[in-house]
Design a protein around this ligand. Structure first.
Ligand SMILES: NC(=O)c1ccc[n+]([C@@H]2O[C@H](COP(=O)([O-])OP(=O)(O)OC[C@H]3O[C@@H](n4cnc5c(N)ncnc54)[C@H](OP(=O)(O)O)[C@@H]3O)[C@@H](O)[C@H]2O)c1
Length: 275
């Protein structure tokens, strides 16, 4: 099991991906995102999760350049937006993302949402991007089991990652089992419930027991479920706090108590109806 900030999970194609990354959703492009990503890199994060729809790829790329950390030491994820799906559109959108990030390959390229009926064509373009070495790994986001089944029955390369909403209130155990059985790494978005449920008494009681914060407990819970997590914050103290999760271990009873909070509650859209 993971022991430190730079520990990685090995994806099905042998590529290493850090268990803990930094999310930048809703951080405005320009000085805000440059400053925040610089702080995260300074603290020691080596994985950044952005998306074309976040509109901040340019700032993420600038921060990475400014940091002077060698490119190969940073794991960069970006995603193709719904309106860019389709074979040719995907190839174009990918080039656009690379240009904004000012890099010549990404570490992980994801289909952001399944959408209606273009994800197989989109995936064919992702396979080409992968085969040409422009993305070290490719994957999906917000895919249910039925989307994965359909995709995998039409593709040559299985997705390496599925990034989904995941926290104790939305456990999706069947999806997690399906992904594990098929060697697809699960990655949690909104691992901190967007900050909304950090005061839940079950979470705060466990946090007090370990002398940790609720945020640290939720991130540790992810890691012990073998789920990659990408918390977002714009505050240095929190960005740092969210890394201090490798020096304690939740006992089984506490893992179970957190699992028992599951009520299938979504904080974001349902992938079946979000086009
Ligand atoms: N694939 C997808 O469809 C999808 C969807 C949503 C998100 N994502 C990715 O997942 C990342 C994380 O998800 P998210 O941004 O929605 O939510 P999140 O990481 O669960 O929560 C972020 C919120 O929690 C607060 N926070 C952070 N650390 C904290 C701490 N230690 N104590 C108390 N509050 C804390 C932040 O506030 P401050 O910033 O004010 O500190 C922010 O309001 C995103 O940034 C994005 O990269 C992907």
């Amino acid at each position: 099991m993971s022991k430190g900030l730079n520990d990685c999970t090995m994806l099905s194609n042998g590529v290493n991906m850090p268990w803990l990354g930094f999310g930048v959703f809703k951080i405005p492009d320009g000085d805000d995102v440059v400053k925040t990503v610089n702080i995260a890199l300074e603290i020691g994060y080596r994985s950044i999760d952005t998306a074309s729809i976040y509109g901040n790829e340019r700032g993420v790329g600038k921060a990475i350049k400014e940091s002077s950390i060698p490119r190969e030491e940073i794991f960069i994820t970006t995603k193709i937006w719904n309106s860019d799906q389709g074979y040719d559109n995907t190839l174009n959108a990918f080039e656009e993302s690379l240009k904004k990030l000012d890099i010549d390959y990404v570490d992980l390229y994801l289909i952001h949402w399944p959408g209606k009926n273009l994800y197989i064509k989109t995936w064919k373009a992702m396979e080409r991007i992968y085969q040409y070495g422009r993305a070290r790994a490719i994957g999906v986001s917000n895919f249910h089991i039925h989307h994965l089944h359909n995709l995998m029955s039409h593709c040559d390369i299985n997705p390496m990652v599925n990034q989904v909403e995941f926290h104790p209130f939305l456990l999706q155990p069947e999806l997690i089992r399906f992904c594990m059985d098929n060697n697809i790494q699960i990655e949690a978005w909104s691992p901190l419930t967007k900050g909304l449920y950090l005061h839940h008494p079950v979470i705060t009681t466990i946090a007090e027991k370990y002398n940790k914060t609720p945020a640290q407990v939720l991130l540790r819970w992810d890691i012990q479920h073998c789920v990659v997590c990408i918390p977002k914050s714009v505050h240095r103290e929190r960005i740092e706090e969210n890394t201090c999760i490798f020096d304690f271990e939740l006992v089984e009873a506490d893992m179970d108590a957190l699992d028992a909070l599951n009520e299938g509650k979504r904080l974001g859209p349902d992938p079946n109806t979000f086009f």
